[in-house]
Design a protein around this ligand. Sequence first.
Ligand SMILES: Cc1cc2nc3c(=O)[nH]c(=O)nc-3n(C[C@H](O)[C@H](O)[C@H](O)COP(=O)(O)OP(=O)(O)OC[C@H]3O[C@@H](n4cnc5c(N)ncnc54)[C@H](O)[C@@H]3O)c2cc1C
Length: 392
Amino acid sequence: MKPDLFEAPDYYNIDDLLTEEHKLIRDAARAWVKRDVSPIIEEAAQNAEFPKSIIPGLAEIGAFGPYIPETYGGAGLDQISYGLIMQEIERGDSGVRSTASVQSSLVMYPIWKYGTEEQRKKYLPKLATGEWMGSFGLTEPDHGSNPGGMVTNFKDAGDHYLLNGAKLWISNSPFCDVAVVWAKNEEGRIHGLIVERGMEGFSTPETHNKWSLRASATGELIFQDVKVPKENLLPNKSGLGAPLGCLDSARYGIAWGAIGAAMDCYDTALRYAKERIQFGKPIGAFQLQQKKLAEMITEITKAQLLALRLGQLKNEDRATTAQISMAKRNNVEMAINIAREARQILGGMGITGEYSIMRHMMNLESVITYEGTHDIHLLITGFDITGLNAFK
Ligand SMILES: Cc1cc2nc3c(=O)[nH]c(=O)nc-3n(C[C@H](O)[C@H](O)[C@H](O)COP(=O)(O)OP(=O)(O)OC[C@H]3O[C@@H](n4cnc5c(N)ncnc54)[C@H](O)[C@@H]3O)c2cc1C
């Protein structure tokens, strides 16, 4: 792979709206990605392996629980810092950002928000350092966009619960130490349970042959009469709103992360367009290529402003689920379109692993589908503005 020459675009001087702390955190994450992710990521993706060697680095830049209080081992940062860290990681690879998002927003967040003090103290510090890695089990083979229909269930068996069912498409599952699993009790109410690797009847087979997010491990979570101690139930929130609250936090991170992937594609294409000579001129001198590049920077700038404003609302605890859906949907579509256009600017070179663009493009095919599909986020906006439910 080519050396990482990335220079971040900031067409509207958005840096002026960030604090010194934001910029320090962002720049540290950016430098780490350049040093520790870029040199290894292409090979990891080609080999379809999550590069576990980067786990301590992810912890050091604050990617595991950026906004979790320091008392529990988190970095105690604000939501904009969290977004900037996700942006920089996804600039490297969406699969690596997926691992960080799951650990922070889908595993640490529910334990912090819905768990007991004992659960927080037991799990959060180890998840913050990456000593333990987590996964989040909501999706099932027959219940994707409609998770409320889930069939995974648990029964009261005296001093423990008995958990049965299966989850599919679970990021980090093949190597996770703990899984936050959503299942129905005997009354059909959804609860979160913390399941630990080693519990009898719990297995995590890997899903192979993915063309997307190849540097992220994806798999199943299978439960066959797993005895889960009663103290592993998250007691402080139940119902579908509990997992959806985690998804709000993760989707917010994706809205920022997608900007990172787009920036990398744009920056690569811009550099290539200035260097590649055809018909005696750099291809960047042709109007058709300039149109592509000009539209890319316009869309990136709009997405940056959307994410920043959403971050301000999140910091004030005012961001709504529908606002988060709009940002996730817009920014991922923006990134996938830019990846496709940037790939064309590179011509044949664009399809090789010499450049990051094709990897970003394929990764974004998952990002546009997971954490609520592109269609579902549109329906959330439609419902919000009309008050009419078009889901069913
Ligand atoms: C790489 C990867 C990693 C993932 N990681 C996780 C994870 O860590 N944890 C987890 O729980 N899940 C995870 N997922 C699952 C992901 O969230 C689901 O794939 C997603 O929610 C869509 O579900 P589905 O694939 O079953 O598609 P379906 O729900 O079957 O949807 C298929 C199509 O139908 C459309 N559709 C569905 N319902 C409607 C409707 N009412 N109106 C109009 N159109 C509709 C959808 O938009 C989509 O285009 C992951 C997925 C991938 C690909």
